[in-house]
Ligand binder design. Sequence first.
Ligand SMILES: [Zn+2]
Length: 109
Amino acid sequence: MILFGRKDKVLKTHELSEEVCEHCGKKGGVVSIFQIYYHIGLIPFIPLSRRTASQCYSCRKVKLEKNFSPEQKEAAKLLKKEVKTPIWTLIGASLLLIYIFFNLVIKFS
Ligand SMILES: [Zn+2]
């Protein structure tokens, strides 16, 4: 079992049916936005960055944002605008704060 580390989760996907793949030359793919977060014991702890990546439907080739075509860049921009950092990425940090708070209350009461 992994006790802590970085994980990512897809937040939203945008389909680009006219996008031609540089790798296999076929049309159709997606641009997805991921939330990267730090987890401890699989509980999301602190949100790190959001990343976008594209994938071709045919050959499954994954492309990172620095290699995006103008259409993919546009889709990535829209996704970043639409999708905010989800609140669940802060569950661990919130629990820790509550824990510290109650410990202080017990100590000083
Ligand atoms: Zn392809």
